[in-house]
Ligand binder design. Structure first.
Ligand code: ZN
Ligand code: ZN
Ligand code: ZN
Length: 475
């Protein structure tokens, strides 16, 4: 008996994909349309990430019957954009440099070890028991939520921590917790004290270069930059501006030295990983691949605005990109923590990092299980419940390395095992299809519907991959 392969393929794909309205006339799609479509297919159903090029091509054709695109072209494009899973992937871990941190006070059971391959690592000096608090720390640089900036300006959120203030609370806080110069208020004495110097520096300085001692910040330029960051949803630019102001206010210079000793990498080096691995990760650009030239224009625009905020202390464009890249790989919930930034990644980490809900109180690091003396302390940079493929890509794009932890190794084995078992299931489905076709032939009319048995094991999983904050890279 001969099979009709097109029929078999059609039946199979119709059952797993939403059909789309027919598009008129044949078109030759642009390469970015094809790549975006493949990424959209993966996003819709992560199980399709394991499919080979012929099947992906078939799904693309099914979604766009009018597209003139060969399997060969799909393959070439996936290769060009570094999206073939078998392909050698661009990494930049080798470009990340770090130094031993000056003036750091380490928790009693923890020591820093400098390694050639993975930079600074934290190790347990003594055994640590499950659930034990290993350390707590306040942020080295606190960065409030950019989204609350307008609420802060109207006195509806704390000028330091960004906490939203209730009406009744606002009346009480006005007792000494408001700014004498502008409309901003703080939620507590603690916040007011913490913020006093930075607030005045950023918000109340009219820059006058003819003054004997010109101020370090031009407040008008800062307010303009703040608006710009909001408009572009550019959290990293906002953050490094606040951090740089903080550094300049720190007369000892220690904070700057500590930041500069962190794992350092330039944003343009990170961007290459994004460009080679499906730019659609990028929330900021709405799912379209953002071309390098556009990205550079944006960086330069941001750099100009940054320079205007600090007329006395300019940095070079190269330093600016380094600043941004370093911030992006080291921040946690926007803020930067000194000891925590030493923790390396593992998809099955032995610590849990708890950040306080009020944001400014800092974080607490607990042992997730018993930790032996001499064991490395690890955290996870990505959501451990994501699939192997998602984690690998997030880690490669955002932190520049390919994870080879035990969880990744065992997940890879598991996925191999599933692949071979799913091909045997496919064989079963094929046998049933043949049987149905045979029956149909015997009955001799079209009344019997060809139905593929539903396979519960491949039920569509909710995809979180592109919706979550991997945004760091975009900034
Ligand atoms: Zn506050
Ligand atoms: Zn003020
Ligand atoms: Zn891993």
């Amino acid at each position: 008996m001969t099979q009709d392969p097109t029929l078999v393929e059609r039946v199979e794909y119709i059952s797993i994909n939403d059909s789309q309205p027919e598009e008129p006339g044949p078109v030759v799609p642009h390469e970015r349309q094809i790549v975006d479509q493949v990424i959209a297919i993966w996003k819709e159903d992560p199980t399709t990430e394991n499919l080979g090029v012929p099947k992906l091509h078939a799904i693309v054709k099914q979604k766009h019957p009018n597209w003139t695109v060969s399997e060969k072209r799909v393959k070439q494009l996936l290769k060009k954009f570094g999206l073939l899973s078998s392909q050698e992937q661009y990494t930049y871990a080798k470009d990340i440099k770090s130094e031993l941190t000056p003036d750091i006070e380490l928790p009693p059971k923890v020591q820093v070890v400098m390694t050639s391959k993975r930079g600074k690592c934290l190790y347990a000096k003594k055994p640590i028991s499950k659930d034990e608090l290993i350390w707590s720390e306040a942020p080295l640089f606190f960065v409030p939520p950019l989204a609350n900036v307008h609420l802060v300006e109207h006195g509806s959120a704390c000028a330091n921590c960004g906490k939203l203030l209730q009406q009744t609370e606002m009346k009480t806080v006005l007792k000494g917790l408001d700014c004498d110069v502008c409309a901003e208020v703080w939620c507590s004495i603690k916040c007011k004290q913490m913020d006093a110097q930075l607030h005045g520096t950023l918000k109340h300085n009219v820059f006058n270069p003819s003054l004997k001692k010109p101020k370090i910040v031009d407040s008008n330029a800062f307010l303009e930059l703040q608006e710009y960051c909001l408009k572009e949803s550019w959290n990293a630019l906002y953050a490094i501006t606040l951090i740089y102001a903080n550094m300049l206010l720190d007369k000892s210079g220690v904070k700057q030295k500590q930041f500069n000793a962190m794992a350092r990498v330039s944003q343009d080096v990170r961007y290459k990983a994004l460009d080679s691995g499906g730019g659609s990760f990028d929330n900021m650009n709405g799912g379209a691949l953002f071309v390098q030239e556009q990205q550079e224009t944006l960086w330069k625009e941001g750099y100009e605005k940054f320079l205007r905020v600090f007329p006395k202390d300019p940095i070079s464009y190269k330093e600016f990109l380094l600043f941004m890249g370093t911030y992006n790989i080291n921040n946690l919930d926007s803020s930067v923590f000194l000891t925590q930034s030493h923790l390396n990644h593992n998809c099955d980490p032995n610590t849990t990092v708890d950040t306080a809900s009020d944001r400014i109180s800092g974080l607490k690091v607990y042992a997730k299980r018993d930790i032996k003396e001499g064991e490395e302390l690890t955290t996870t940079y990505v959501n451990p419940s994501h699939t192997l493929y998602q984690r690998q890509r997030e880690l490669r794009v955002n932190w520049g390395f390919i994870c080879t932890c035990n969880k990744c190794k065992s997940d890879a084995k598991e996925s191999e095992r599933r692949k071979s078992s799913s091909s045997s299931k496919k064989q079963d489905a094929k046998d049933i299809r043949n049987m149905l076709k045979e029956t149909k032939k015997q009955v001799g009319d079209g009344e019997i519907e060809l139905e593929i048995p539903h396979d519960n094991s491949t039920e569509r999983r909710k995809s979180v991959r592109f919706d979550e904050t991997v945004v760091a890279v975009s900034n």
